[in-house]
Structures are given as C-alpha cells and as structure tokens.
Design a protein around this ligand. Structure first.
Ligand code: NDP
Length: 335
C-alpha cells in the first residue's frame, strides 16, 4: 500500500522533497467497514492550500499526513451490508493505494460509463463551473463571458455551459495548443494566450462590447487585463487565484486595490467569492441532472490529463500549479 504524505510545508512552489512516498501494510476491514482500492485520484489546485498553514477555509495538513484528494475506488473487501465487492465508489481517500471506509462518505457510481468523470465534469469541478456561471454570473443570451484557465477542469466546463446558455464566450489559456483546443473542440468564440506579450490588447479586441461576466480563478496579470474591460453591472464569480497559490507570506505583486475598488464602485461591479463545498445541499442534484444530460448529448466535453502511478502524483501536482497540465488531471492509480 503505497501512499504520498506531506513531508515539508513548501516555501514558494512545492518541490519533490516536500512529498514523501511511503509503503505501509494494506489495512484489514473490521465489521461495518470496506477496503477500497484507489483506481483514480483527482489532483486539484486547492491541495496547495492544505500544504500550507496560512489561514484558510479548511484546516491544514500536518507534516506526515497523507495528502488529501477525491478518489474513485473499487470495493475489494466488504464487511458492510450495503456495499459489495467489485463496486466503484466516489470518496475522499487521498493519495494512497488502499483505504478503509465505513461507507458514510461514499457515493456509489453504479455502472457509470466514464467513472473518472465523477472527479471532474460530473463532480466537484463541474459543479464549481455550474454554480459560478449560473448562480452567480447569471448570463443573459448575447452577453460576453470571459473564462480564465479555459482548457482546465473548471474553465472548460464553464465556457461550454456559457455557450449552451447563448453567451459569447472568450477563453484565456496558456499556450497556442490549449487555445486551439478551446476554440476548435470546445466551441468557444475565441481564446487568448495569456503568455502572448500582446495579450491585453488582443483580449480587448476580442471583447468589443466589454465583459459582462468574468470567471476569475487566476488573478495576477490576467486580472489586470480583464479589469479595464468589465462593463457596468458586470458579475465576477471568484473561485480562486492560482497565480498566487505559490506565494508564501505577503505577495510581492503590485498593489491593485485602489484601481479595483474604484472600478467596483464606478461600474457597479459585483464580485463574489465562493467555496463549492457550501452548495452541495442546495444545488448538487440540479447540477447532476443538467450536466449528465449535457455530457451524454455531447454538449459538454472534457479532456483528461491522465498520469499513471501514485508515485508520479507529486510531479503532476507541481506541474498543475504551473499550467503544465492540459485538461483535468487525474492519476490512474490501479486498473
Ligand atoms: P485547471 O485544470 O484549470 O488547472 C490549473 C490551470 O491554472 C493551469 O492549467 C493553468 O492554465 C492555470 N495557471 C496555473 N498557474 C497560472 C498562473 N501563474 N497564471 C495564470 N494561470 C495559471 O484547475 P481547476 O479547473 O481544477 O481549478 C481552476 C481554479 O478553480 C483554481 O483556481 C482552483 O483553486 C479553483 N477552484 C475553486 C473551487 C471553489 O470552491 N472555490 C472549486 C474548484 C476549483 P493555463 O496555463 O491554461 O492558463
């Protein structure tokens, strides 16, 4: 039973030595428990926050703890009346090959056509996109929606929902390949390369009527280019600021607060942060219904960036924070 634990809190970007691969015995289930074998592990940006002891919405990991994460697992041994051997379940068992559960934290996946989608388009990142755009952004047909990290797990889904709802959708992504994919495969109206030296001017050209909704998940220079283009009464759902996740202590970025505050007031812009965990009780069923339909009908597509082997999770996670991933990152832990 191999597992990856937090070895050190990172100073800046995580390094391979901040993780430790350990081998421990496979645990045995007692009455009422199940033994789960991880098939897929989801890698998500929030995990960087758990590695740090800075104040957050969730408690940090301690050095020595198994890295947390969403998992799709197979029941390999069951001493629980409601689960049988061979079933696939969605859980939160972290970066390890085997785990015990009492069943209370598991969702059955039945005969799901694509089990790993429970970690992406049909799960937490998909729900994040759905909530951000439809509950906070509330697009009106014809409005301009701009999406940061547009080829990624949340952004790709958010932009496709925007198209379904009749918006004009402009993506922002890192590199020409990602931008091509976002337009050609996902059907966005345009996509701008955030690394292009002329990025801000090109974004303005692509948004001749300004921006009505901006899904913020990046911050930094991308936000600087977006801010002057936000229309009166623009809505800005904020799910994250990944460009800043590797900053330890006070950011060295320039202070944008005075311009931001003036813009919010003068243009009556509404910015709303959220943590998707708060919304499962009131919105998850509706999301599941709509998104299952859209995925089955091919109206929402997903690209997965699959990494083989738990031992490769640290490198893949370090890469995710630098934009090396192309699509939703999942680790294939077992067949
Ligand atoms: P992605 O699959 O989009 O991967 C992260 C992407 O972020 C990278 O591929 C890269 O895309 C972009 N990125 C990385 N570093 C930088 C940088 N320095 N500047 C600009 N872009 C960068 O991840 P997710 O879709 O899983 O997550 C996207 C965002 O949503 C994150 O901020 C995450 O924290 C947030 N989130 C928030 C939730 C909430 O409840 N609030 C829930 C789920 C996600 P590229 O190179 O193409 O720009």
């Amino acid at each position: 039973n191999r597992r990856v634990v937090l070895a050190h809190r990172p100073d800046g970007a995580p390094l391979p030595r901040d993780f430790r691969l350990e081998e421990v015995a496979i645990p045995a289930p007692s009455d009422g428990q199940l033994l789960l074998q991880t098939v897929y592990l989801s890698l998500d940006p929030y995990m960087r926050g758990r590695m740090s002891d800075a104040a957050s919405y969730a408690p940090p990991l301690a050095p020595g703890d198994v890295m947390v994460g969403g998992t799709v697992s197979r029941v390999v041994d069951s001493r629980h009346p409601q689960f049988r051997k061979g079933e696939l379940v969605l859980g939160f068992d972290g970066w390890q090959e085997y785990a015990l559960s009492d069943g209370s934290d598991l969702t059955r996946l039945g005969d799901a056509a694509h089990p790993s989608y429970a970690l992406s388009v049909l799960g937490m990142p998909g729900f994040t996109a759905y909530h951000a755009l439809l509950k906070i952004g509330q697009p009106i047909p014809g409005e301009t929606v701009v999406v940061a990290a547009a080829s990624g797990a949340v952004g790709s889904v958010l932009g496709q929902i925007g198209k379904i709802k009749g918006a004009r959708v402009i993506g922002i992504a890192g590199g020409a390949d990602k931008c091509r994919y976002v337009v050609d495969e996902l059907g966005f109206d345009a996509c701008l390369d955030r690394r292009d030296p002329d990025f801000a001017r090109k974004l303005a050209e692509a948004c001749p009527d300004g921006i009505d909704i901006y899904h913020e998940s990046v911050g930094g220079a991308v936000f600087d280019a977006v801010l002057p283009l936000l229309n009166d009464h623009a809505r800005v759902p904020v799910s994250g600021s990944i460009a800043h996740y590797n900053e330890t202590g006070v950011s060295s970025a320039p202070d944008r607060l005075p311009q931001l505050l003036s813009a919010l007031v003068f243009r009556r812009i509404r910015v709303q942060g959220f943590i998707i965990l708060d919304h499962y009780a009131d919105g998850y069923e509706e999301f599941q219904r709509d998104m299952s339909e859209w995925v089955a009908a091919g109206r929402v597509k997903l690209k997965e960036d699959v990494v083989a082997g738990i031992e490769n999770a640290p490198a893949a996670f370090i890469g995710l924070l630098e934009g090396c991933n192309f699509g939703k990152v999942v680790v294939r832990v077992a067949d």
